[in-house]
Each structure stands twice: as C-alpha cells, then as structure tokens.
Write a protein that binds this ligand. Structure first.
Ligand code: GAR
Length: 194
C-alpha cells in the first residue's frame, strides 16, 4: 500500500500516447476533494495525441518525447519528474514499454490500465483476440508495472460481457467506459490507509 498522510495530494504524472479519455477522466477525478492525487505533468509519446488537448484545457503542463533514443528520452523524463516531485505515475494508454532502469527508479509506484482481464490477453489487439477466441467476457485491469509486460500485481479488475454482436470497436467502447470507473477506484484503494 502506498503511504499517504493526507496532508497534501500525491504528485502524479500521467503518460499517454493517444486519445487520452483516461487522462481526462483522471484529471476530473484528481480535482475532486476525495482524490488523493494531483496531476502535475503529462508525458506523451506522440505529438499528435489528442489527449494533449485535455492537459492544455485543464492547465496541466505536458511534454512530448518521441525520439528513437529511449534512454535519452527516459532520462529527460526522469529529470522533469524529479523536478516536479512526482511520486506516482499513471500510464493511461501509453504505448511505449518503459526500460528496467526507469521502472526501478519508480519502483512500485507506476500503475497501468490494460483493456483485458489480465493475465489473459497481454499486449496489443486485446479485443480482436478476445472476440476471435469466442470469449464470453473480457474487461479491464489496473495493475502495478513491473519488468514484465502487463504482468505486475493486479489492483482491481472489472468484467465486461461480450455479446454476439460485439465488434472490437464496440467492445473497446464498452470496456473504456468501465476503465473510467476502475482507474479512480484502484487509486482510491491504494491510498485507503487514510
Ligand atoms: C485504453 O483502452 C487503455 O486501456 C489502453 O489504451 C486505451 C487508451 O485509451 N491501454 C493499453 O492498451 C496499454 N497496453 P485513452 O487514450 O482514451 O485513455
């Protein structure tokens, strides 16, 4: 459990690559009184990420790192996060794999949301694969990030029924709706020693 003494909110950075609906949702959550987190920075791996607009709209600083040199990018990111006293990282649709070195620097304080019921369907194209395999249900998972892709300790999961008429797009929409409930819930759970 992450220690939080209730005096000030935990400074949090959100990492994105795309639409940023989870980012927007986390920003809204962070602004509520009960939220233990404050989002102080947004990192994007893509300059065209729509999510960057959400950061801008809420007055949160953001920066894009999309060079081919991961080590250089990560070192720059670490410098920013240190400067901003960030203690928690929330990956929200961040499609780059963080290095071991980076994960070690934030040991135990990087969270990720994944659109499947882990340990099933790690990696990409989760909805396509779940439908193809005729699964009756899928869902989403919030988990800690460790050195193995989508394999860290699970914090919370939510199941979603797959209906016969579901396409990957339809299923993704249904699951995303649940993701928006699950991520704040998982964060509340982590800080529930208040
Ligand atoms: C979400 O469904 C998230 O679970 C998924 O990307 C989407 C981002 O949506 N993440 C992964 O697949 C990570 N492996 P958003 O940009 O609207 O939050």
């Amino acid at each position: 459990m992450i220690k939080f003494h209730g005096f000030s909110k935990v400074k949090t950075a959100v990492f994105i690559s795309g639409t940023g609906s989870n980012l927007k949702n986390l920003i809204k959550f962070s602004l509520s009184k009960k939220s233990p987190i404050e989002i102080v920075f947004v990192i994007s791996s893509n300059s065209k990420a729509k999510g960057l607009d959400h950061a801008k709209n809420y007055g949160i600083r953001s920066k894009v790192f999309q060079s081919k040199n991961k080590k250089i990018d990560e070192n720059k990111i670490l410098k920013i996060l240190n400067k901003k006293n960030v203690n928690l990282i929330c990956l929200a649709g961040y499609m780059k794999i963080l290095s071991k070195n980076f994960i070690m620097r934030f040991n135990g304080t990087i969270l990720n949301i994944h659109p499947s019921l882990l340990p099933k369907y790690k990696g990409l194209n989760t909805h396509e694969r779940a439908i193809q395999n005729k699964e009756k249900q899928s869902g989403c998972t919030v988990h800690f990030v460790n050195f193995k892709l989508d394999s860290g300790k699970i914090i919370l999961q939510k199941k979603v029924k797959i209906s016969k008429s579901d396409t990957p797009k339809k299923l993704s929409k249904k699951i995303l709706k649940q993701e928006h409930k699950l991520y704040p819930k998982a964060i509340m759970k982590l800080f529930s020693n208040l």
